[in-house]
Design a protein around this ligand. Structure first.
Ligand code: ZN
Length: 317
C-alpha cells in the first residue's frame, strides 16, 4: 500500500520534528548501583554462563545497559514532558497504537559492581509518515546516554512506531459498512518472517522443523538467530528435527481470551530430542492432561489458507 505524502503530512511532520533534540529524561539516576545479584539473575534468565560475569573481576553483561536505567513498577520521577506531549500529538492524529521496533546499543566502558549509573535521554528523530503492515505512522527514536561514575559507558537507541492500525484485511469496504451480524472470526496472528528466520518458515512449508546449527562449533540453536551464542560465529546450517520431544514446561491459557483462540488450551515449551526447546500448542490431549515430561511428536497444523504451524501431539509412542 503506497500513498503520496500531502502538504498537511509534511506540515505535521515538521511539527513532530520540533521534538527532535528535546529531552526524554534528564539527569536520570539508576535505582541500584551495578550489583552482582542483578547480574546473576540476568545471566540465569539469558542462560549466559560467560565467566566474565562472575567472580571478583566480574563485569556486567554489556546488553544489560538499559536494565540499569529502568524505573521498575514505580517509574522514574525525572521523566520529561516532551515524550508525553509528542505522544499526545500522535494520538490526536489517530496514531493511537505503539510497537517497539528495535534497539541499538554501543558500549564504551564495562560496567562493574559498585558503579553508579546515570543517564540522559533525548528524542533523537521522528520519521516522516511511513506505512507498514501494521499501519501508518511515525518512527520515534530515543537515544539514551549512559554513564558509570560520570564516565560515558554506552548509548542505547530505542525505536518505536506510533501508528494508526491498518484496517483488517478481511474487512470488505470501510469500517462503517461492516455487517452487524455474523462477524467473521478473526484470524490467528501471522508470524513475523524476516531474514533471520526465513529458513525456518521455508522448512515449515515443507513440513520440516529445521534447527539452526553453528558450523564452527556445532552448537544447535532455536529459535533462529543471526549468530552463535556459544562461539559468536555467524556461519550456520540446519538439521531437521526428528519430531520427537517431551513437554519441558507448559501453561494453560484461560484468560484473557484472545480473538481467534479458544481457551482453555495448552501451550508448551517442548524439548526436542535434539536438545533445543520450542514453544507450541499441544494437540490430541485434553488441556488438563498435559504434564511435564509428556512425550509428544511433531505435527503440522493447517490453521487457515495461509498459515501452517508446527504443533505437538501428546501421547506419542
Ligand atoms: Zn558456535
Amino acid at each position: 500500500m503506497t500513498r503520496t505524502l500531502t502538504p498537511s503530512d509534511e506540515r505535521f511532520h515538521a511539527l513532530l520534528r520540533t521534538f527532535e533534540g528535546r529531552p526524554a529524561a534528564t539527569a536520570g539516576r539508576a535505582k541500584d548501583v551495578v550489583n552482582e545479584p542483578m547480574i546473576r539473575h540476568w545471566c540465569e534468565a539469558m542462560g549466559d554462563s560467560n565467566p566474565n560475569y562472575t567472580g571478583p573481576d566480574a563485569i556486567a553483561p554489556p546488553t544489560m545497559l538499559q536494565a540499569w536505567t529502568m524505573g521498575g513498577l514505580s517509574g522514574h520521577t525525572d521523566r520529561s514532558s516532551a515524550y508525553d506531549e509528542l505522544f499526545e500529538l500522535l494520538d490526536g492524529a489517530g496514531c493511537t497504537s505503539v510497537v517497539a521496533t528495535d534497539c541499538e546499543q554501543e558500549y564504551l566502558r564495562p560496567l562493574r559492581p559498585g558503579d553508579t549509573v546515570t543517564f540522559d535521554a533525548v528524542i533523537e528523530s521522528v520519521s516522516p509518515r511511513k506505512t507498514t503492515k501494521l499501519g501508518t505512522g511515525h518512527f520515534v527514536t530515543t537515544r539514551m546516554d549512559v554513564r558509570a561514575n560520570g564516565e560515558p559507558a554506552g548509548t542505547h537507541r530505542f525505536r518505536i512506531l506510533k501508528y494508526a492500525p491498518a484496517a483488517r484485511p478481511q474487512t470488505a469496504g470501510p469500517e462503517t459498512a461492516r455487517p452487524q451480524t455474523a462477524p467473521q472470526r478473526p484470524r490467528r496472528p501471522r508470524p513475523v518472517i524476516n531474514r533471520d528466520n526465513q529458513g525456518f518458515w521455508d522448512g515449515v512449508r515443507e513440513h520440516r522443523l529445521l534447527i539452526q546449527r553453528c558450523t564452527a562449533c556445532r552448537t544447535l540453536r532455536f529459535p533462529w538467530l543471526p549468530g552463535c551464542n556459544a562461539c559468536s560465529s555467524p556461519e550456520w546450517d540446519t538439521v531437521e528435527a526428528s519430531g520427537a520431544g517431551t513437554v519441558y514446561s507448559y501453561v494453560v491459557m484461560h484468560h484473557p481470551p484472545f480473538p481467534a483462540f479458544d481457551p482453555p488450551y495448552a501451550v508448551a515449551l517442548v524439548e526436542l530430542a535434539e536438545g533445543v526447546r520450542i514453544i507450541g500448542n499441544i494437540t490430541g490431549v485434553p488441556y488438563d492432561k498435559v504434564r511435564i515430561g509428556l512425550p509428544v511428536h511433531l505435527e503440522f497444523l493447517r490453521v487457515d489458507d495461509t498459515l501452517e504451524l508446527p504443533v505437538f501431539r501428546g501421547g506419542a509412542g
